[in-house]
Design a protein around this ligand. Sequence first.
Ligand code: KG4
Ligand code: ZN
Length: 359
Amino acid sequence: MTLIFGIETSCDETAAAVVEDGERMLSNVVASQIDLHAQYGGVFPEVASRAHIEAISHVARQALDDAGVTLDALDAIAVTRGPGLAGSLLVGVNFAKGLALGRDLPLVGVNHLEGHVYSLWLTGREAPVRFPVVCLIVSGGHSEIVLIEGHGQYTLLGSTIDDAAGEAFDKVARLLGLSYPGGPVIERVAREGDPQAYSFPRALHGEGYDFSFSGLKTAVLRAVQPPQEGRRLPKNEGMTPDQLAPGVNVADVAASFQAAVVDVLVEKTVGAAGEHGATEIWMAGGVSANTALRGAMSAASPLPVRYPPLKLCVDNAAMIASAGYFRFRAGYRDDLAMDVRPMWPLVSVAEVMARPVAP
Ligand code: KG4
Ligand code: ZN
């Protein structure tokens, strides 16, 4: 039995978890900072790192208590090393180093996106995974289609060339005068709307597996902004409902926007899975919580579609501990000089072990 302590502070969740053998979650504690960032309509980096510093010791203690273990029982510390906000990552990485040094425990740096992939290992599968699998990772910072041919063996098939899917949800929510984070609120409002009321663009349709969402965001702006307001995108302040053009039905805009995002994510993921002989389609990351996306993917895919339960879609440390377990098992270790990698792409573990990657 191998117990991994996972730590995650890449964005606005301070999280710690204990996972046994990469699959059994003994605890999973997440302290969300959403309330602190709501006023900015997005994550404010300086506020995030301070809040991580305040929360991390309590969150870590709680994760050990919930699991009913002490530090002595642990086999290794896994921590998110990147990608993410540098100041936030540093809090988790330095905390993890402190534990590793103090208890003489191995340290394993984990790629946050790899963590999202491993949230699928914590769902209590009834049968072992048959590779290859295609995973759509969609969050506030990422939209990627990844081919997984084994533990730690990834090939990036496509990614966004501008905004991430979750970022598009957040920005469009701001345009519509809705609250942050935008995904859940757009999903809720969209239930009352007509997804065909507006024909928003499906960018890069039929052109490989990359995504683009910034044109869609601009199209939504044009649809809701009164003509005399000009075409400039409002920055952080967004719009208030009374600034929208007369006659705009927010539910219809939300439903049509969501339909455009979902169409593109589904078309590309199903295409990639077919081309690469995947046995299953997986979805991970905050946007995979979206029920319209889940439903459309399941309806369009000839393959089984899997996604984590809601609490594992959003950032958490159990997924980091699970990914860390499989890296640990493969012999991967980091030393105490490990730095953070704010722009770290998801590459295969073999590649990481063979040569250091650039920050
Ligand atoms: O994975 P996550 O918690 O953090 C990042 O690593 O970014 O994802 C957060 C993102 C936010 O942009 C949020 O708006 C989006 O996931 N999100 C959703 C839903 N729930 C969260 N987007 C669409 N529909 C949802 N139900
Ligand atoms: Zn994430």
